[in-house]
Design a protein around this ligand. Structure first.
Ligand code: ATP
Length: 229
């Protein structure tokens, strides 16, 4: 399997305050990689650095053979990274349909295919995004990202704050995406759902990668030390 995303020793600052002190992670083609760590350890900052939303000051990010460091975020997105940010960003004053087609780029993901993955979006196609439940907005955010036909899908806090029934639907969608060969980098606190779907785990502690490996190699000691479970 080819390396799709290689994050190597990146360091990122917010003004004078350093948030990342050397993060390493690799996502290979077709893999689901779980980015883990307690609150404030740097997961969102790592994702923002990959996507060009925050600039890293040391290290490199290579995506599909391209050095993304110098690129602005819209160009990085166009290389094939679809981001579903924490807190779900849809256009509230556009309908579900308009949100989906606004993002569309040609490829295997079409409106029909998104509707098959999330039938609720088809039922609500004419509703303004602002009138959707939190879970439906998350489905819409994932649908929007898929409509860009990303090579890599990034999900930050995939199911946080959502009702249990919706969480189940989102996890089923993640499993379906994995089965279809979609490469995914995912952050979520529900380890019981996350670990079975992950091929690799990367754990951050205070802005540094402290452990990476297969979910089967995670043991109680590592979980206690870095994940607080
Ligand atoms: P969470 O699960 O709580 O979202 P996280 O692992 O995603 O946590 P980050 O949000 O990346 O962690 O935060 C990493 C560090 O950077 C924290 O110390 C946080 O306080 C700091 N930080 C995050 N965003 C900013 C910002 N906009 N300005 C200054 N510091 C920030």
């Amino acid at each position: 399997m080819k390396d799709l995303l290689i994050v190597s020793a990146i360091e990122t600052f917010y003004g004078p305050s350093q948030a990342l002190f050397g993060v390493d992670l690799t996502v290979r083609e077709g893999e689901v990689v779980a980015l883990m760590g307690r609150n404030g350890m740097g997961k969102t900052t790592t994702i923002a650095s990959i996507c060009g939303l925050e600039k890293f000051s040391a290290g490199t990010v290579t995506f599909n053979g391209a050095d993304v460091g110098p690129l602005p975020s819209h160009k990085i997105a166009r290389l094939g990274i679809g981001l579903v940010p924490e807190g779900r960003r849809c256009f509230p004053n556009l309908t579900v349909y308009e949100n989906l087609v606004a993002a569309a780029r040609p490829g295997a993901w079409t409106l029909d295919r998104v509707h098959k993955l999330f039938p609720r979006l088809k039922e609500r196609y004419n509703q303004y995004a602002s009138t959707l439940s939190g879970g439906e907005q998350q489905m819409l955010a994932i649908g929007r990202a898929l409509m860009t036909n990303p090579i890599l899908l990034i999900l930050d806090e995939a199911t946080e704050g959502l009702a249990p029934v919706i969480r189940k639907e989102i996890w089923q969608a993640v499993r379906d995406l994995k089965a279809s060969g979609q490469s995914i980098l995912i952050v979520d606190k529900t380890l019981s759902e996350l670990l079975p779907v992950a091929d690799q785990c990367v754990i951050l502690e205070k802005g540094t990668t402290v452990w990476s490996g297969a979910p089967a190699d995670l043991n109680r000691d590592i979980e206690n030390r870095y994940l607080g479970v």
